[in-house]
Design a protein around this ligand. Structure first.
Ligand code: URP
Ligand code: ZN
Ligand code: ZN
Length: 460
């Protein structure tokens, strides 16, 4: 089916202009003013924005974590993403310590094949690096299109690797054209603070926050930058939250080092005042925790300065009953919060309309940079001839209110209950098919495709 989107304000990371987009065969065929095409379907986008489909490079779907599983699977998670204008997500495969990367890949293929509605790709989380795993790393890059590898400097005993393994993995990735990504917080220090708080009977969600002070992230981020500098491996810090960690990246630029940085929408719009002595704060128990207003300011400025390249979500939802696993002890609350559906609208309402970022910057950090950094550009992340027709028609004036009653994520509370936003996703195309229209999803499980990615070196 062919579609002509007319008279919309077309926005890319580099420009915006009022014009038309013609879509056929799942791809963008033409962009321009008054395009002379007859289409099966015309979508009038007058007074609307026409954006590339969002890319969220940090989501956890059916993640086995802290004795339970995150509550969105590939069907509910990618559907909710589409409702929010995100057409491609990158999930994390987690290697079981003592097991192979290929076994983990098989497990994630079973979770996603035939179930995803939106497009997806995988990062591979390496939790146990050794010479056999090094061979698998090469094969994943060369043969599977999995080119980014996640590491954890925290969650000791479950996910964390030590600095020796980190450096060896960096060397293997540099050799084969992979990208290393990191959860950069000092796991030993955090574990000691958790133990101290528990010993003192300080067990409410507030102490989750107080067990991960800024120094735990700033120190690990600086250490990671140093290891990248030593090895020459391309690297990316996920969910960076605070000024101290950003300054570590800033200092790395002084030796002409480029370290890619992702923050998440929650760190830009929420702060640590949500944590109190009551259990309500469990809704925002995530790692790293929410920070302070001065950190929000540093992150918005970091986006302007090009130090922060991507805004993701770290979507990792748990039902309230699951959160209650930590009712008596904050260290047992499953870490993570639901956001996959809200990122694009939150960043427009809180970012663009409040003057923090331009429209072009908005597209850059919600779509284009993730595609570039993770080897999907220009197929994904932009509006250009030959790109996948992943397109969002966005009403910049429409007001709406976030609520667990109306969201589409499989979770029974909202971390943003009652928030009034301006700007709403209206129509979403995925590879030229209407995915979202009239607040309904028109695609079935199985429509979503795995997107193999190019080597990191090809795009940096
Ligand atoms: O709290 C979080 N972030 N949960 C998901 C796992 C991770 O660290 O990204
Ligand atoms: Zn993390
Ligand atoms: Zn995460």
């Amino acid at each position: 089916m062919s579609i002509l989107i007319t008279h919309g304000k077309i926005v890319t990371a580099s420009e915006s202009f009022v014009g038309d987009v013609y879509v056929e065969g799942g791809q963008v065929v033409a962009l321009g003013k008054n395009l002379p095409y007859q289409a099966d379907r015309v979508i009038d986008a007058t007074d609307k924005l026409v954006l590339p489909g969002g890319i969220d490079p940090h989501v956890h779907l059916s993640l086995p974590f802290m004795g339970t599983f995150s509550s969105d699977d590939y069907t509910t998670g990618t559907r909710a993403a589409l409702f929010g204008g995100t057409t491609t997500v990158i999930d994390f495969i987690i290697q079981k310590q003592g097991d192979t990367l290929y076994n983990a890949l098989k497990t994630w293929q079973e979770k996603s094949l035939g179930k995803a509605i939106g497009d997806y790709s995988y990062h591979m989380a390496v939790t146990d690096f050794n010479p056999e795993v090094a061979k698998e790393v090469a094969a994943l890059i060369e043969e599977e299109g999995i080119t980014s590898f996640k590491t954890f400097m925290a969650y000791k005993g479950a996910l964390m690797i030590d600095d020796g393994q980190m450096v060896q993995l960096m060397l293997a990735l540099k050799k084969h054209g992979g990208m290393i990504t990191v959860h950069a917080t000092n796991g030993d220090l955090i574990d000691s603070l958790i133990a101290r708080h528990r010993a003192e009977g300080k067990l409410s969600p507030l102490y989750h926050y107080l067990s991960q002070p800024e120094v735990t992230e700033a120190e690990a981020s600086a250490r990671f930058c140093d290891m990248l500098h030593y090895t020459g491996c391309p690297g990316y810090i996920v969910h960076l939250t605070c000024e101290g960690a950003l300054n570590a990246v800033r200092r790395a630029t002084l030796r002409n080092q480029k370290v890619y940085v992702e923050t998440c929408s929650q760190y830009l719009v929420l702060d640590a005042s949500v944590y109190g002595e009551g259990f309500e704060g469990a809704k925002w128990v995530m790692s790293p925790p929410l920070r302070q207003k001065k950190d929000q300011a540093a992150l918005w400025a970091g986006i302007q300065q090009g130090l922060v390249n991507v805004v993701g979500t770290d979507h990792c939802p748990f039902m309230w009953e699951q959160k209650k696993m930590g009712l008596q002890d904050f260290s047992k609350i499953p870490n993570g919060h639901p956001a996959i559906e809200h990122r694009m609208e939150l960043m427009f309402s809180e970012g663009v309309l409040k003057g923090h970022i331009s429209l072009e910057k908005y597209v850059e950090v919600t779509a284009t940079n993730a595609a570039r950094i993770f080897g999907m550009y220009p197929r994904k992340g932009t509006l250009a001839v030959g790109a996948d027709a992943d397109i969002v028609v966005f009403d910049p004036q429409k007001k709406h209110t976030i609520s667990a009653v109306s969201h589409h994520m499989n979770v029974d509370y909202s971390a943003y209950e009652g928030w009034e936003l301006t700007g709403k996703v209206e129509t979403v195309l995925l590879r030229g098919e209407v995915a979202i229209e009239n607040n309904e999803c028109h695609l079935e499980p199985g429509f979503g495709k795995f997107i193999p990615r190019q080597k990191a070196t090809m795009h940096i």
